[in-house]
Write a protein that binds this ligand. Sequence first.
Ligand SMILES: Cc1cc2nc3c(=O)[nH]c(=O)nc-3n(C[C@H](O)[C@H](O)[C@H](O)COP(=O)(O)OP(=O)(O)OC[C@H]3O[C@@H](n4cnc5c(N)ncnc54)[C@H](O)[C@@H]3O)c2cc1C
Length: 415
Amino acid sequence: MHILILGAGVIGVTTSYELLKAGYKVSIIDRQHESALETSFGNAGLIAPGHSYAWTTPKLPGNLFKSLFQKKTFRFKFQWDPLMWAWGIQFLWQCRHIKMKENTLRKHRLSSYSQECFHELMNDIKIEYRENKKGLIYIFRTYESFQDGKQKLAILESVMSNLQLLDREEILQLEPVLKEVKEGIYGGIYCSTDESGSCRDFSVELAEICKKRGGKFYFNTTVKGFESKGDKISKVITDKGDFEADAYVLACAAYSPFMAKTVGDYLPIYPVKGYSMTAPIKDINMAPIHSGIDEDNLLAFSLMGDKIRFTSIAEISGYDTNCSPADFTDIMSQAASLFPHACDYSKIEYWCGLRPMTPNGSPIFGKGKMDNLYYNTGHGHLGWTMCAGSAKIISDLISGNKPTLNLEGMTIRTS
Ligand SMILES: Cc1cc2nc3c(=O)[nH]c(=O)nc-3n(C[C@H](O)[C@H](O)[C@H](O)COP(=O)(O)OP(=O)(O)OC[C@H]3O[C@@H](n4cnc5c(N)ncnc54)[C@H](O)[C@@H]3O)c2cc1C
């Protein structure tokens, strides 16, 4: 049986590995010249079941309203796009307290299942992806944010036993360079099993392994849509001609809804733009040992070999993928306040990407109206964390096996 995967980001590539392992003939199409050149390129690199919180919280609507007037961590650019408004209403509906808990627990289930699958995958093959397995630290700069953090922690504590609440002394002991921080550290949370590493390196190396195992990659090829006969896709239309297979997997992140629409499926996925800057380490003794998040500024920091990557900002501004150094003023000052002597902040690589967000924060798996089209898309801010589990779920669905994970809240509504 021949499976054609659309999209060679971390989700598409991991899916191709899993399907090859299950014995399928696999081809993969992407419009870029290599894998992982879009959202999987410059993300924070955190593999973080210990931080799989829902973004939609009761406080979010207020923060979004404020973002109309001050362009800080949340940014909203007013647009007339009906897709954005349809998605936005569903997103705001998830901001109720009861949904926040439900969505967090669902994301945690998938994230921790996925981390197990990721470890299995890494037992099978050898990939260098600048991994850091020392655990992640979540830092609170103020009493107020620490109290908020404790409240959220209560949700994950019901399903995780290794989240450690740390006072100021304990977090400084764990991460001594934080003593350099001038504007205070109040406390933190340490999750010893969370990890970090380069999603891009992982994807590129895994794509090479897939090629060696017979996977066929068609780069520089843009998908335009599907052609169907009855309830089956008969071909994929691209700018390089038509492609046929027995089954298809759609993994085009924030662009998936446009292709799904050509066969009558609605996918509630909309881009939420994020920014990252990567700086070379100039003094290793002043660099942190752990990757993690500054919770007050929602600034993720991640060790990437001899560099540190800082990411932040959730911006709703459509499909605009441009950025300029002016967008990074806050990230730059927050990074320099956290690790003032670690990096050479004059040599920065800037990047932005579109998180493919669903309203409830979980991806969409399985079939819609077509019997041979499988969705594996909409992984939002945790696609690197969720990649291996998502690939296994799709492989199970295609093989007719019941996935280990209950897919409640993670399938398409076909009505
Ligand atoms: C700032 C930021 C920080 C993040 N931090 C983390 C983190 O710390 N941990 C974590 O787990 N996740 C993180 N994420 C989320 C993670 O990066 C994404 O969820 C993940 O990369 C999505 O993978 P993907 O393969 O679905 O998307 P992509 O990597 O975007 O892959 C989709 C592919 O589809 C291709 N494509 C699209 N349209 C077409 C078309 N018409 N024809 C052909 N090809 C097409 C694209 O070229 C692309 O290669 C972060 C995201 C951002 C933006």
